[in-house]
Design a protein around this ligand. Structure first.
Ligand code: C2O
Ligand code: CU
Ligand code: CU
Length: 510
């Protein structure tokens, strides 16, 4: 059955991995094709938690005469001591690893002056942001070495935890793994009116989780490759190895971002208390949800609340299992789907500032009216790193959408291995998963979802503004190796009756 989907030599490898792995003969399959998975990893009980969690600085900004809030970011090479005294070559934005946190308010006009001091081209993509395609920082907005790029747009979406990272076609995995990533927080009046923790780095804390390997000499290095992509055998949080976080508030908000290239996590508290989830990719849920774990695939975010008692220590872990990953055991074990990690230790002070009661209702999320769907499209993820049988071609528009119409996108992972699906410009809702309503943690605004094998996801979305027949937005698997291999497509948003016109050449900024 799998053979009917083969289209090119690479497909034979993918299909044979999937089918043989499913039959339980993983070692044979992986040995035969040169892909060697790292096997199950556990760091539980082995992390010393002896280093204070680094907090990315807040990005400074100025406000122009015309009211534009202006930030600047410089992509640069540097070196980072993940272990004291041992330096490792890394990249960062305006620093040696990761980047500052940008904060802007809904309704503001922002500009980011991006400078590329690397010796190769890169881009800066605003993941989760609603903005014109030209400002999106995808593979069509390359910034050459010593070049600059100054995208500007209106912040026009609800309060959320977004992020930014490079998107150069074929190189995204490398650029992110070297350290180019940061958070972009949006605030608005509705969220600000809630008594939620919001003192940055104090009771409202970014938690950027990445897996990595370290060489014997302490260099951060490209980890071994499973079918999902590069998998490291330990975690760093905000670039910190063995992190702990001191808190002096009873109620703490953690903004979890999976900025790993391939690994998915199942975050949970070591002592078994529930995860109190309040927000997903695009904003607050209608009400908080108590979960045993929250699964985050690369690119996804979750805001969680933690309530602590004086003096206690609470450990955030990730405990992935084949069930949680939705993978058959042999595929899980080669792709991080059986791995467990100690992530971060939260240490409560002996005296804590009390928390206000959090209201039950956090947000109002109007449902999409399915009867208004204008177009239904299907997206099939296959074993050849293709979507609908096509590999990414920057010169081809795969889809053309009419601005501000309701779209139904049916996404199917037609393989036995993990994939995901991310759409630029929009926040979408999951209407159904294999015909059933989504679980509450997937009921709010999303821009990236993990797609379990042989499962169909029905998404509803509206590309509200910014018609541009010349410049596409991307949609893709956010396992970055897959994306780099071509598991990506392009969608143009046009005015009614207009058709998309591909102008061809990637525009380079000088
Ligand atoms: Cu976070 Cu197209 O990416
Ligand atoms: Cu994105
Ligand atoms: Cu994929």
């Amino acid at each position: 059955m799998l053979q009917t989907r083969l289209r090119r030599p690479r497909a034979a490898i993918g299909a044979s991995i999937a089918s043989i792995a499913a039959a339980g003969l993983v070692a044979l399959a992986f040995a035969g094709c040169g892909i060697v998975g790292p096997g199950p990893v556990s760091t539980v009980g082995e992390v010393s938690f002896d280093t204070p969690l680094a907090i990315p600085p807040l990005a400074e900004s100025t406000v122009d005469a015309d009211g534009t809030r202006v930030f600047s970011l410089e992509a640069m090479a540097g070196s980072t001591e993940f272990t004291p005294g041992v330096s490792s070559d890394t990249w960062g934005f305006s620093g040696s690893y990761l980047g500052p946190t940008l904060v802007a308010n809904r309704g503001e006009h922002v500009r980011v002056d991006v400078e590329n001091s690397l010796d190769e081209p890169t881009t800066v993509h605003w993941h989760g942001m609603h903005l014109p395609a030209e400002m999106d920082g995808g593979p069509h907005q390359m910034v050459d070495p010593d070049g600059t790029w100054s995208p500007e747009w209106d912040i026009d979406q609800e309060a959320a935890t977004l992020w930014y990272h490079p998107h150069p076609h074929g190189e995204t995995e490398q650029h992110v793994a070297r350290g180019l990533a940061g958070m972009f927080l949006i605030r608005d009046d509705a969220e600000s009116a809630l008594p939620l923790p919001r003192e940055y780095g104090v009771d409202d804390v970014p938690v950027i989780v990445q897996d990595t390997g370290f060489s014997a000499g302490g260099e951060k290095e490209s980890p071994q490759r499973g079918y999902a992509g590069g998998l490291g055998d330990e975690l760093i949080v905000n670039g910190t190895r063995g992190p702990y976080l001191d808190v002096s508030d009873e109620l703490v908000r953690l903004r979890l971002l999976n900025a790993s290239t391939a690994r998915s996590y199942a975050f949970t508290w070591a002592d078994g208390r529930s995860i109190e989830l309040i927000a997903t990719d695009g904003g607050l849920l209608e009400a908080s949800v108590e979960l045993d774990h929250i699964r985050l695939s690369p690119g996804e975010r979750a805001e969680v609340l933690l309530r602590v008692t004086p003096g206690e220590r609470v450990v955030l872990q990730s405990r992935m299992t084949p069930e949680v990953a939705g993978l058959v055991a042999p595929v899980a074990s080669m792709n991080g789907g059986s791995d467990a990690f100690d992530v971060l230790e939260v240490r409560a002070a002996d005296r804590l500032d009390p928390a206000q009661a959090i209201p039950e209702r956090l947000n109002a999320i109007a449902p999409f009216d399915e009867a208004a769907v204008a177009t239904t499209r299907e997206f099939v993820l296959n074993d050849s790193f293709e979507i609908n049988g096509e590999s990414m071609d920057m010169g081809r528009f795969d889809e053309t959408v009419t601005v501000d119409t309701l779209e139904r996108w049916v996404v199917e992972n037609d393989t036995e291995v993990p994939h995901s699906f991310h759409v630029h410009d929009v926040q979408f809702r999951i209407a159904s998963i294999d015909g059933a309503p989504p679980p509450p943690e997937l009921g709010g605004w999303k821009d990236t979802i993990f797609t379990e094998p042989e499962t169909e996801y029905e998404l509803l979305m509206r590309f509200e503004d910014h018609a541009d027949p010349d410049t596409p937005y991307m949609y893709h698997c956010h396992l970055l190796w897959h994306e780099d291999q071509g598991m990506m497509g392009q969608v143009a948003v046009v005015e009614p009756g207009q058709s998309a016109t591909m102008t061809g050449e990637t525009h380079h900024e000088h």
